[in-house]
Design a protein around this ligand. Sequence first.
Ligand code: C2E
Ligand code: CA
Ligand code: CA
Length: 526
Amino acid sequence: MTLIRKLTNNRNIVEMTCVAGIVTIFVFIELNFNLFERINVLFVSTFPQFKQYAFTLAGACFIGLLVFSVVQRKRLRDEIHEKDKVVSSFERHKIIDTVTGLANRNGLLKQLNEGEIRKLSVLGIEVCNIDTIVRVHGSHVAERVEVAIADFLVALSKPYNILAHTEQSAFYIAFPGLDADESRFRIDRIIESLDDIAEAGIHSDGLSLRIFVKYAVLSVDALEISAPLNGASILQRLDFVHRHVSSRGRENVVFYDQQMESAIAQRAFVEANFNDALESGEIVPYFQPFVDINSNRITGFEILARWKRPDGEIYPDVFIPILDQSGDLSLLTMSLLAQSCIAARNWPDDIKLAINLSPTDLRDEEVLEGFLLILSETGMDPKRIEIEITENAFIDEAEVTSQVVAKLKEAGMSIAIDDFGTGYSSLHHLRILQFDKLKIDQSFVREVIDNPESRTIVKTMVALGNGFGIPTTAEGVETVEHLEMLRKLGCDLGQGYLFSKPLSQSGVLDFLKQQIPVEQVSAEAV
Ligand code: C2E
Ligand code: CA
Ligand code: CA
């Protein structure tokens, strides 16, 4: 808009300069050469019959020119006005949500950034079933629901509150100048009223539509924050709560707290430092043995990622999910496999290497190709590679997974179901997916002595493995009592601190050298 205004002003100056220039030229010629008198003489001598009209004709021409220039000027002004209108509606669209008339994400960011952020509370509202409403009733009905919610929020809010509709399912009310205590009553009241509306249903097109709403609350003063927040960092935190809120089952109000703040800081750290850490060798594979519990023979090692920094360790439970979401996990998986294959060149040929693959790894074509390349370049026999896939990864995307699993198996690798018992696979899934090993989750093994139900579950899983003709591994074997019970229940392999904690590359070599009978190893000694 400012650009167009500038151009318009420039044009005015150019126009006026041209007119002044032409007038000056005419005056100059008139003064020096009596131009008009000469023209008049020429005209009268050529058309003597029009002598008496000469003055009228000159006047008509002059008026004609005047009218023409006024019309042209008006046309130009109209054009500029139209352009201004288009530009201003474009600017409006950039900050206003066209469906509800509330601020959109840009508008919300703009208003948050313009206000005082140190004392601010924000309520985020997520309409969880809006996608279902679109699918079942169409987007026009969903839009009416959005407008109805926006109207309720407008009615419930004060003029100084900031209201926004940033995505189809997401609304925000920001309370500038209110801290956690001051905003609490207002937020509770809004949640209560919206819950009532959600329960009663929104009426549109003869339909009564129930909505399912979850809330995220953030008060800036309730957090210890090292760097000052801005609009974008506040929305980033609220997005984080929304993701959190969806995993919290029936709980529908979540307050953004210091713990979440630390998780965000951790995420930022991992994302910013991962590449350097991988390159500099800060992230390396560790190896935990799995052992045949009848012969005490080591049959293989599971590769577990370790990120050791000079100021302490970052645990895989923390960085793996972050890398999974940021899209960097496959890079780590391939690097771990390559490092492990090189390390395993010095190990006996019959020792297997088990590597964990996440559902995202399984969806990534490059991982499969990368694996094959690494195996061929390091001279590792694919038959020595076991792929651990968590039970739920099989279920969530059974079709894609089964295709990748088939390719991995075709290449000679074997497949183990990890954390078995914690997911919700059905016998049907177990039958269609050609896996080679069941790894019983450590939560059952931990209680196998004291809890008869866990014992029954372990026994049933072993029976299931036997039925499929595949071995079962018990994870988290920590005591000799565990080991004896697992033997009695018919389990084939064991993995856990009783045998060894995950070892560094040099630790594996020492461990392989001094393999001692497990019965002689007490839990305290490892
Ligand atoms: P997981 O695959 O179930 O790995 C077993 C975890 O149990 C490991 O934790 C291991 O150190 C721990 N563990 C082994 N024996 C015992 C025991 O006797 N008692 C107890 N309390 N724990 C035991 P870790 O290394 O912290 O890894 C945690 C999880 O992180 C792994 O669970 C796996 O899901 C994931 N993870 C680790 N490394 C990788 C990786 O390279 N890729 C992927 N996708 N996930 C990984
Ligand atoms: Ca595993
Ligand atoms: Ca496991």
